[in-house]
Design a protein around this ligand. Structure first.
Ligand SMILES: O=C(COP(=O)(O)O)[C@H](O)[C@H](O)COP(=O)(O)O
Ligand SMILES: [Mg+2]
Length: 421
């Protein structure tokens, strides 16, 4: 915004296409469709205004009584608008406050027909207020024995309704078959058919037996999702029982709750597995909402260790740009630890080679139906998944490896290399 005596804050004040953002500023990229009759310039300026210190009307404010926190719409390229935000606009370490600016009122503002927050370039002045992950990809070696291969996880199916005994038994079969992590499903928390405390105790006892038998470290991603106070108590309980991880539905819980969980997990040395149920409400439309890339960035700042980022088109769920998101999660971000991406949703042994080709080996491969739907059951399904990873790591064609690996052969016979819907 212009210097000098301020007699008003007009929304046109928020556009300066010659402006070069400072390294301390948060720079956001939006895709915008202006409202009927509104120019791209006017819409871009309204976005910068409404998301920082402006409103629809010109204001008269005494300069002495105001810190100028106006954002600047500094780039327009087709439908892409770049906006730079001064760091002082943001409260240190508060993800809810940041999102109330950059992904707040503007998403419903009539000045645009649609608007999508696509990407953020986070300055150190903001990232330094956040912890980032405690572990990230290092869980593969620090907490598990996956070494250089992808970490393998499975979620018992049906996703809800199994008794506590059945859940733990299925977990034990999967761990014995070669899975590293048992994972609760997103809507399994503390229901009467499978109470949280019982499930935690029984599943970790099963984990211990499987570790003893296989000589490999195993663990359990127990879903602690709840109202925040309750969730923190569940985190404590996981630590008391000797678990190494918790799972949180980060979108449905909200980022404030995730920040609280991250703090509590640091007290106990627990890693956080982020399930992203409800993300598609924000990111499924390519012209409106908040991209999965930005959701993943927020999750990294808040400090999750794993987050689901999709399957590069090989699974059952629609998602955008998995390779690009994963690259961001593991790239340098002012010293924040990287996040280990999770590929999940409709995966099975027959697509693992393609998945590793697309995403590399620094991932978690998570399969529910693709393990428990194996014609010979969970144990065989887990073995088949592990065999498909071994084959891919060795650069051996899955069909060839299946010649002397019966479980993989059966899985390939059932599912081939097809992508399910
Ligand atoms: O239960 C599953 C996968 O089960 P299955 O393997 O039987 O499909 C998960 O909830 C998905 O990972 C969510 O999707 P995403 O990872 O894309 O958020
Ligand atoms: Mg699920």
């Amino acid at each position: 915004m212009s210097d000098g005596i301020m007699t008003g804050i007009e929304y046109d004040d928020f556009l300066d296409l010659g402006y070069d953002p400072a390294a301390t500023e948060l720079v956001c990229e939006f895709t915008i469709e202006p409202a009927d009759g509104m120019s791209m310039e006017a819409a871009a300026s309204r976005v910068a205004s409404e998301s920082s210190n402006g409103t629809w009307a010109a204001l008269h404010v005494d300069e002495d009584e105001l810190t100028d926190l106006g954002a600047v719409a500094c780039g327009i390229d087709g439908r892409t608008v770049t906006v730079a935000y001064p760091t002082a606009l943001f409260e240190d370490g508060s993800m809810p406050q940041i999102l109330s600016c950059i992904a707040g009122n503007i998403l419903g503002m009539k000045a645009v027909d649609s608007i999508r927050l696509e990407d953020c370039d986070w300055p150190e002045s903001i990232t330094s207020g956040f912890p980032g992950p405690q572990f990230g990809p290092s869980v593969a070696r620090e907490k598990l024995d996956a070494g250089e291969r992808p970490v393998l996880a499975t979620v018992p199916k049906p996703k809800v309704g199994l008794s506590t005994d059945a859940h733990a038994r299925i977990g034990e079969e999967a761990w014995r078959g070669g899975i590293d992590l048992l994972k609760d499903d997103e809507n399994l928390t503390d229901q009467a058919f499978n109470p949280f405390a019982d499930r935690l105790a029984e599943s970790l006892a099963a984990r211990d037996r499987a570790q003893e038998e296989t000589g490999e470290r195993k663990d359990y991603l127990v879903n602690v999702t709840a109202e925040t106070t309750e969730m923190l108590e569940r985190v404590d309980l996981v630590a008391e029982h000797g678990g190494g991880f918790v799972m949180v539905d980060v979108i449905t819980c909200g980022w404030a709750a995730v920040q609280s969980v991250r703090e509590r997990c640091a007290d106990h040395g627990l890693a956080i597995h982020a399930h992203r149920a409800m993300h598609a409400a924000f990111d499924r439309l390519d012209h409106h909402g908040v991209s999965m890339r930005v959701i993943a960035q927020i999750a990294r700042l808040c400090g999750v260790d794993h987050i689901h980022t999709g399957t590069a088109g090989l699974g059952k769920l629609a998602n955008e740009d998995t390779p690009g998101i994963n690259e961001w999660l593991t790239s340098d971000c002012h010293g924040l630890r990287p996040v280990l991406p999770v590929a999940s949703g409709g995966l099975h042994p027959g697509v693992v080679d393609q998945l590793i080709d697309a995403l590399g080996t620094d991932i978690i491969v998570q399969a529910g139906g693709g393990v428990h739907g194996h014609p010979d059951g969970t144990h065989a399904g887990a073995k088949a998944l592990r065999q498909s990873v071994e084959a891919s790591m060795a650069g051996t064609d899955l069909e060839t490896y299946a010649d002397d690996h019966a479980e993989l052969a059966t899985a390939l016979e059932k599912w081939g290399a097809e992508t399910p819907r």
